[in-house]
Design a protein around this ligand. Structure first.
Ligand code: SF4
Length: 328
């Protein structure tokens, strides 16, 4: 591990002031960043500890929630209003990592965690455009069973590892940011980038910008939602495919639907094509399958992950059938 300095931020203004220096990283629970530092993938000159900031979950006028970026994953999953109104978020969070890691990890850190592509972590022997831009990508012709089928590029085929972010994308969450220029908000679904020819650029954050919170809009009283994660073993594994969905049905027809996929792309993948197919149509199995096919028509499998296309299709259909069944 490289040498670095450490300081605790007194408040968000102090954090942003310190974070504007080159080489500074914000430290949340450290469950990903510290691993990356041990492997010398990340080499920050300074860490600014923000774990003492933004630790509340606040109910907003109208029924939404503002979740502080410093809230631990366990506290988020267990919060009464999250369980009552956004149960898919609880399901997503508890499906990720181990209880010990969830106790440490923060909401802000979860959003900014980096891919678990094994070649990205193999600093000694593998080519990786994300770690060393321009060096190549050993995953494309390598062991790529866990990699992307949607939105990938010839530079990078990695997937985003977060479960929580998939649920947040389906919930239309907004990310609150503070930087040198003040505060701004960005949709969670727009925060992460596709790899293109710059896979080292992973988010729309400006240098030194700090995530201060996540805003959830009010939940519809008639919607049903869930999160389903398919993985190789039942705990402590990343998603092969996951689906978060929110469905509103009225008189047998889809009034509104939001779907996000995990484990398939460089970012939480909002299934806009599927949503467009479903909206206004019958809440029925055939329509769900047609919508899944529309979403996955652009899927491009690698040598080791063609199975993900069928898996994503089946999981989307199964989740929508489950939600429609609850409503019927
Ligand atoms: Fe690196 Fe992306 Fe290729 Fe993995 S898929 S080796 S992260 S460039």
């Amino acid at each position: 591990m490289n040498r670095f300095t450490y300081a605790r931020a007194a408040d968000t203004f102090d954090a942003v002031r310190q974070g504007s220096d080159a080489g500074v990283k914000y430290l949340g629970g450290g469950t990903n960043l510290v691993d990356l530092m041990r492997e010398t993938i990340e080499k920050p000159a300074s860490l600014v500890d923000v774990t003492g900031l933004s630790r509340e979950i606040e109910e907003l006028p109208g029924g939404g929630l503002l979740i502080g970026a410093g809230v631990r994953n366990t506290a988020l999953a267990e919060h009464r209003l999250v369980r009552q109104r956004y149960s898919l978020l609880t399901r997503a969070v508890v499906s990720g990592a181990s209880a010990q890691i969830r106790n440490m990890a923060t909401v802000g850190g979860n959003v900014l965690q980096r891919t678990r592509c094994a070649y990205f972590y193999d600093d000694a022997g593998s080519r990786c455009n994300k770690r060393s831009p321009g060096s190549g990508c050993d995953a494309i012709d390598g062991f790529n069973r866990n990699h992307a089928i949607l939105g990938a590029s010839t530079s990078c085929v990695a997937v985003h590892p977060s479960d929580m972010c998939v649920a947040l994308a389906a919930l239309d969450a907004m990310v609150h940011l503070r930087g040198d220029g003040g505060e701004r908000r960005i949709a969670l679904a727009d925060l992460h980038c596709l790899p293109g020819d710059r896979p080292d650029i992973e988010t729309m954050l400006e240098p030194g910008e700090l995530i201060t919170g996540i805003e959830l809009p009010p939940a519809s009283a008639i919607s049903r939602s869930t999160y389903r994660k398919v993985r190789d073993r039942s705990s402590y594994a990343f998603a092969l495919v996951s689906v978060a969905a929110v469905l509103e049905v009225e008189e047998g027809h889809v009034r509104n639907v939001r779907i996000a996929l995990g484990g398939v792309a460089h970012k939480p993948w909002r299934a806009m094509r599927a949503e467009a197919v479903l909206r206004g149509g019958p809440a029925a199995s055939l329509a769900f399958a047609t919508a899944a096919d529309a979403e996955l028509a652009e899927a491009r499998p690698l040598s080791g992950n063609a199975f993900k296309i069928k898996l994503a299709r089946r999981t989307m259909v199964a989740v929508l059938e489950e939600l429609a069944g609850e409503i019927a």
